[in-house]
Ligand binder design. Structure first.
Ligand SMILES: C[S@@+](CC[C@H](N)C(=O)[O-])C[C@H]1O[C@@H](n2cnc3c(N)ncnc32)[C@H](O)[C@@H]1O
Length: 471
């Protein structure tokens, strides 16, 4: 081993030097701890066909599965079909499924017809990730009828990701839009409309695929005076029906951000327990079932001073089981209307100029914990802080888009939409909150400066007429 090499710290430069001297690389790797070997293997970069295989083949006997997997990965870069038997051996026999996945991926990366029988064999592997790698390798030959037949056999595979890929790639399944409108357009009747009425009625008249983004905070179950339901089941059923409609009116691949949190119904007397309802966790499965794809969970974190103190008892007695933490968080659950199109497709539906103008160029929160203090309002007891709306609107829509809040309350989302050069569509059933929305929108910078952003306050009857073309 070249002594000057060993003396140096392992860095990029040194790895390049070792790469050009395979003899040195071979003996260097024999004398290192696992961490250094992994580091070198991760940083090896491009390896051409014809590069000396010895150092990497040697490492395939290493006890550490991570090292074996990385060695296979590096060998795969050489696109050398004579390595096929090596890959087949490790794909079939290695005890680590990580190594097997890398080996099947390596077989696929050869892009060689000789690899086809082996890849077909791995379509019935127990590990779905191995199957997925085999599919990936075979898709290169998917215009061959026999390969298509083999892949079609996976249409009933128990794994949902495998089924989805096969449906899209082989079965040619592709989403068909029901809308005649372009992706960046929406019906004029809902542009800056504030409709007074029950959202369940209102949505019946809104055409499919009309809105770009929905952000809402539904009424809490019995937590406030505006939300009285007979039972929790009834409450969930109503939300389910409304969110199904939100799904229908949402454009392909666009987002729905739902703000909820578990709520507590206080006990009726000291002889009874209070009850906590885990709303986010109960709503989530309903959303997924109706076709919303879960994207992210953002935690809205409030200061402890701003929330109800539940600690008084425990602070005194300190008895286990009776611990009651102060609830300083609410959830922002982010969903996307399930689509076979990637987010890139959605972005491509906008002009270059609109995309440029919509870029989030200022400082932004990089984590999924958003520290924002709650806003208190004299009229409405549960309003969004404007900062919360601003972030959601900026991150999940483009300028000119239509942003919807089915439970508008005081209309904070409408104000954010206007200020950020978007349009809004708000529905609210309580007259006193409709008046509050009028006041709120007056606060908007854009309202009177742009003729285009005048709000249209309308009742259900006139809203229906507007779709029939009679007003
Ligand atoms: C949690 S508040 C929303 C507050 C709002 N995010 C804000 O910033 O002011 C829920 C609102 O939904 C309204 N609401 C409840 N059920 C409704 C329904 N079926 N149709 C329309 N609005 C409804 C309530 O009147 C209440 O104002």
């Amino acid at each position: 081993m070249n002594r000057s090499l060993l003396g140096k710290q392992v860095n990029r430069e040194m790895i390049d030097e070792l790469k050009n001297n395979t003899q040195a690389l071979l003996s260097f790797l024999q004398n290192q701890n696992d961490g250094t070997i992994v580091y070198v293997l991760e940083k090896l970069g491009r390896l051409e066909n014809g590069y000396s295989r010895e150092p990497l083949l040697n490492l395939l006997n290493n006890q550490n599965e991570n090292i074996r997997a990385l060695s296979v990965k590096n060998l795969a870069k050489m696109s050398d079909v004579s390595l096929l038997p090596v890959f087949v051996k490790y794909a079939s026999k290695d005890e680590s499924t990580e190594v097997r996945r890398e080996a099947v991926s390596a077989i696929g990366r050869l892009r060689n017809e000789q690899a086809i029988p082996t890849l077909i064999k791995f379509l019935i592997d127990n590990d779905p990730k191995v199957v997925m790698q085999a599919i990936r390798g075979l898709l290169i030959f998917a215009d061959r009828l026999d390969i298509k037949q083999e892949l079609k056999k996976l249409l009933n595979h128990p794994n949902e990701l495998i089924k989805e890929v096969i449906n899209k790639e082989v079965n040619g399944f592709s989403y068909k839009s029901n809308s005649s409108q372009k992706h960046d357009e929406f019906p004029d009747q809902i542009k800056n409309a504030v409709v007074h009425g029950d959202v369940q009625e209102i949505l019946k008249y809104v055409p499919d695929e009309s809105v770009h983004l929905t952000f809402t905070s539904p009424p809490y179950y019995n937590a406030r005076d505006y939300s009285i339901y007979q039972s929790y089941d009834e409450y969930l059923k109503i939300l389910e029906n409304i969110f199904k409609e939100v799904h229908r009116v949402t454009k392909d691949g666009r987002f729905f951000v739902l703000n909820t949190s578990p709520i507590i119904i206080p006990r009726i007397s000291r002889a009874h327990a209070s009850k906590r309802y885990p709303i986010p966790y109960d709503v989530h499965p309903l959303l997924v079932k109706m076709g919303w794809e879960f994207i992210d969970d953002i935690v809205w974190l409030k200061s402890e001073a701003s929330v109800k103190n539940r600690n008084a008892g425990f602070l005194q007695h300190r008895k286990p089981l009776a611990y009651k933490p102060n609830a300083v968080t609410e959830m922002l659950m982010v969903y996307r209307k399930k689509s076979d199109k990637l987010i890139d497709w959605n972005i491509q539906q906008y002009s270059w100029d609109k995309v440029k103008k919509s870029k989030v160029l200022d400082k932004y929160e990089t984590s999924n914990v958003w520290r924002i203090d709650p806003t208190f309002d004299k009229i409405h007891s549960a309003v969004f802080p404007i900062e919360l709306c601003n972030r959601v609107v900026k991150f999940y829509s483009f300028i000119g888009d239509l942003i919807f809040d089915p439970f508008a309350g005081s209309g904070t989302l409408g104000r954010a939409a206007l200020n950020l050069n978007r349009h809004f569509f708000l529905t609210e059933k309580e007259p006193k909150y409709i008046n509050r929305i009028k006041e709120e929108l007056n606060k908007s910078n854009n309202l009177f400066s742009l003729k285009d952003s005048q709000p249209n306050f309308i009742n259900l009857e006139n809203f229906i007429k507007s779709f029939k073309g009679t007003i």
